[in-house]
Design a protein around this ligand. Structure first.
Ligand code: ADE
Length: 225
């Protein structure tokens, strides 16, 4: 999978793409990323990429021209399966959306800023609008990082234990069961006996019970969608 990110703050991605799972995915050549500075496509001498909103009002609006020029150049090199715009009024990111995106070859993510982008960008150039939650961030970069992380970790071969993405919370509509590691007894706080029993059937049953119990307690809406 390849992801191009269009942003006004390219350095925000330096660490994100070069640490942990995303870096491992890049090293294994399962994933590549290119971060593009939108300012390089500014059409004015001042390198500005935003302007006042028609009709007045607070805040600046990202202009269509730099974005359209940037996308046009990128599209001479690859065909995107989705051109994603990060915005608080987009479709809320879910495990189901991450799963779907993980099946794609080429993604482009445009990070929003200021008051947003000229609506014509959304109408004509964007194929998918994603929000990471009902709160407003100062820019779309963190949202783009969340999208990239949630998608890339699902690519086959990225996680060392092939089954571990399948047992993630939400993957089967349930929250994951609790996990424990050594020591079995920490100052009297003991690991549930069943996990030490060696009986895989009992362990699997216990984990399923815990998942259902946790989901009912913490996210009951997942049980009755
Ligand atoms: N940009 C600002 N807030 C956002 C959010 N909640 N999700 C995605 N992009 C955003």
């Amino acid at each position: 999978m390849h992801i191009d990110v269009i942003t006004l703050f390219p350095s925000m991605f330096d660490e994100i793409f070069s640490l942990s799972i995303l870096n491992r995915a890049r090293e294994k050549r399962l994933f590549s990323a290119n971060v593009i500075n939108l300012r390089n496509y500014a059409t004015t001498n001042y390198k500005s990429v935003d302007d006042y909103p028609y009709g007045g009002g607070a805040g600046m609006v990202m202009q269509i021209e730099p974005i359209a020029n940037c996308l046009a150049e990128l599209q001479t090199k690859r065909h995107y399966d989705e051109i994603i715009y990060t915005a608080p009024d987009g479709k809320q990111l879910s495990q189901a959306i991450a799963n779907e995106l993980s099946l794609k070859e080429n993604l482009c993510i445009l990070c929003g800023h200021y008051k947003g982008v000229d609506e014509r960008v959304r109408e004509h150039l964007i194929t998918l609008e994603i929000s990471i939650g009902d709160y407003v961030l100062s820019g779309g970069e963190l949202a783009a990082a969340v999208i990239a992380d949630s998608v890339v970790r699902l690519l086959p071969g990225v996680l060392s234990d092939e089954t571990s993405a399948l047992s993630d919370s939400f993957q089967d509509g349930l929250i994951s069961p609790p996990v424990y590691t050594r020591p079995a007894d920490y100052n009297g706080w003991c690991v549930p006996q069943v996990l030490l029993s060696g009986n895989q059937k009992l362990i699997d049953e216990w984990r399923m019970e815990q998942s259902v119990k946790r989901t009912a307690e913490r996210r009951p809406e997942l049980l009755n969608p």
